[in-house]
Design a binder for this molecule. Structure first.
Ligand code: GLN
Length: 283
């Protein structure tokens, strides 16, 4: 007969299997908590608890899949982003902590929280940016745009889950099919990884939709495409905010200036890396 395996032993087993990964301890706890349908706190309350055989099997299956490099968010099918727990599928990019800066800046730079602004989030994916903004600003109307209908299905499911009723969804290549009202703000975390980046063949990124990450030969194709369309939809005096790669701040400011935007400014993320650049359309 197989000897009983405790929570403490399973945690050790998982940590060993995931050693060398990004966060072996934290991820093992997430997997075990999910497998026993409990919380991480439950694990520490009862380390000698012996989970049911089916739960242990589930945990070991999570760990085995994670060991192949599949992102934890695709295995657990969700990820927290700011104040929302979001459904995540392989049809969408896994929300990244650094993208919270894009949301913070958008909220901080809007004149007044009580003005009914209209904004668009281009390339919404899970809806992380659009939904956390909409959730924080119930009086705003947020258009969540994506070219991928599969991604829009995920974003819609997330909106339903969090009862975000001030979000509208629109399928299109950036703003080419957009027929909403003139916009006060445009925000986007577009694909900005260069096509030849080794992360596409080695990193976890290889499991994520290439469409959401590949920004072309210099990683900047999406900024040029969005800015070419933006003047048809952004109000004079309106603001645009972009996430970008740590080494792309200067290039994004230059592209903004090339398209007639003024006062470009770059903001650093928590790792002190250039991450968000915003600018104004002249009034
Ligand atoms: N920060 C992401 C990465 O390096 C890229 C996100 C994006 O292209 N929008 O994996």
């Amino acid at each position: 007969m197989m000897s009983a395996v405790t929570v403490a032993e399973l945690l050790r087993e998982g940590r060993r299997a995931l050693a060398g990964g990004d966060a072996p301890v934290f991820e093992t706890e997430l997997f075990l908590a999910a497998a026993i349908e409990g919380s991480r706190a439950d694990l520490f309350r009862a380390p000698e608890h012996v989970p049911a055989a089916s739960q242990i099997e589930r945990f070991r299956d999570f760990i085995a899949r994670r060991s192949t490099g599949l992102p934890a968010a695709y295995i657990l099918r969700h990820r927290e982003f700011r104040d929302l727990d979001l459904i995540v599928t392989p049809d969408v990019l896994v929300p990244r902590p650094e993208t919270e800066l894009l949301v913070e800046q958008t909220l901080a730079l809007a004149d007044a929280a009580d003005a009914p602004l209209t904004i668009a989030d281009l390339g919404t994916g899970t809806g992380a940016v659009a939904l956390t903004i909409a959730h924080s600003r119930p009086l705003w109307t947020v258009y969540a745009v994506d070219i991928s209908t599969a991604a829009l299905d995920v974003a819609r499911a997330n909106a339903l889950r969090h009862r975000c009723t001030n979000v509208a969804f629109s399928q299109g290549n950036w703003l080419d099919a957009f027929n909403g009202p003139p916009l006060d703000m445009i925000v986007s975390n577009p694909p900005y990884v260069t096509t030849d980046d080794p992360a596409f063949s080695t990193g976890e990124t290889r499991h994520e939709p290439r469409l959401a990450l590949d920004g072309g030969p210099d990683g900047l194709d999406a900024y040029r495409a969005i800015l070419t369309q933006a003047e048809n939809h952004l109000k004079p005096g309106g603001r645009i905010l972009f996430e970008h790669g740590a080494l792309q701040g200067e290039a994004v400011r230059r592209i903004l200036a090339d398209h007639g935007f003024i006062e470009p400014a770059t903001v650093k993320d928590l790792a002190a890396l250039d991450r968000v650049t915003h600018a104004l359309r002249p009034a």
